[in-house]
Design a protein around this ligand. Structure first.
Ligand code: BV8
Ligand code: ZN
Length: 298
């Protein structure tokens, strides 16, 4: 009696192990590259991790703090309403950091692959959570920016959006924004913060980014839906898959039975829903993964 129960238990344990094994993503680069060489419509979803090797701190890594705050404490309409000077110091600091950085081999591998595949009648689309514009600087076309960009501002009154690459964005922010925890808040008068440049308006301007608790642009979302529907391969690079709705996109593609490959330093909460996981810095793994394949026909 006891022997049967034990052998049943061991059998169940084994089938659970097999199931868990089956849900383990593959790290077989050759197999991934076979799939990549045949894919016609590739979506590449990126997060802060792809810019890490350019020297831009990620949100949840060591550099995830600015003074005593995490990004998500300041990236809210409430924080801006309470203290626009502090939030502008935070964004001005990030603008200045990004302006001093370059795309890395991860960005470049994606841009090169997009160009090469276009010559073969194949499509590669980048959907990024990042607001640093490094995909654009690397030469990637038609990037979908889910959360806006550091280099656009929006009027809090008339909602006019303008690109603004000034460094600093206004004289009052010159030398401000130091990230150390004991740096003094600059307490800049609102009149000296970025303003709307529309005649007759001149209201306070805010970063043109999506803050926590704000909805993503509906046109961006419908474009994303469309691309996720069309793709026959999805790469998800350098994201902890914590922030929604972006965190849902790659798992949704995987649910359609489309191959998804995760490129990250570590496993994430979404890893087990993907067919592939390549561990390591994207600046090293992407150039290998996206290199020309012998089967590609120009
Ligand atoms: C919305 C712009 C509704 C601003 C950003 C509970 C459950 C589910 C959802 C929620 C919830 N409570 C609240 C929500 C909603 C909330 C949310 O998801 N919160 C999270 C924290 C739970 N989401 C929102 O509020 C969104 N809006 O839901 O609206 C709504 C609808 C209609 C009408 C009104 C409201 C808006 C979210 C957008 C917020 N804005 N950015 C700014 O940047 O200042 S989010 C910001 O954080 C980034 O854009 C990005 O999305 C996110 C950071 O995530 P990652 O990019 O993944 O970066 P992270 O540091 O976390 O990870 C880096 C990864 O890279 C790591 O895995 C690391 O291992 C890896 N890595 C590091 N180095 C490398 C590497 N990988 C490879 N190579 C390397 N070298
Ligand atoms: Zn205005």
């Amino acid at each position: 009696m006891f022997a049967t129960a034990t052998s049943n238990f061991l059998r169940r344990l084994k089938s659970l192990a097999v199931m868990a094994e089956r849900s383990r993503p593959s790290s077989d680069m050759a197999a991934f590259r076979e799939v990549f060489s045949k894919a016609k419509y590739i979506v590449v979803l990126t997060g802060a991790g792809i810019s890490a090797e350019s020297g831009i701190p990620t949100f949840r890594g060591a550099g995830g703090y600015w003074r005593r705050w995490k990004a998500q404490d300041l990236a809210t309409p409430q924080a801006f309403g309470r203290n626009p000077s502090l939030v502008w110091e935070f964004y001005s600091y990030r603008r200045e950091v990004v302006l001093s950085k370059m795309p890395n081999p991860g960005h470049e591998a994606i841009a090169a692959a997009q160009k090469r595949l276009a010559g073969q009648g194949r499509k590669l689309v980048v959907i990024t959570q990042n607001i640093d514009r490094l995909h654009h600087s690397a030469g990637t076309d038609d990037v979908i920016e889910l959360h806006g960009t550091l280099f656009k501002v929006r009027c809090t009154e008339c909602e006019t959006v303008r690109e603004d690459w000034n460094s600093p964005i206004v004289p009052a922010l010159a030398g401000k924004g130091a990230p150390d925890p004991d740096a003094e808040d600059a307490r800049i008068p609102e009149a000296d913060l970025p303003r709307c440049n529309q005649a007759g308006c001149g209201a306070l301007a805010r970063p043109h980014v999506v803050w926590f608790g704000e909805g993503l642009d509906s046109e961006v979302l419908s474009r994303v839906d469309d691309e996720l529907e069309k793709c026959d391969l999805c790469l998800v690079v350098g994201t902890s898959s914590v922030v929604y709705p972006a965190a849902m996109f790659a798992p949704l593609v995987a649910q359609r039975g489309v191959p998804v490959a995760e490129f990250n330093l570590e496993e994430t909460s979404a890893t087990t829903s993907f067919g592939y996981h390549f561990s390591g810095p994207a600046g090293q793994t992407l150039p290998v993964a996206l290199a020309p394949h012998p089967d590609e026909k120009d």
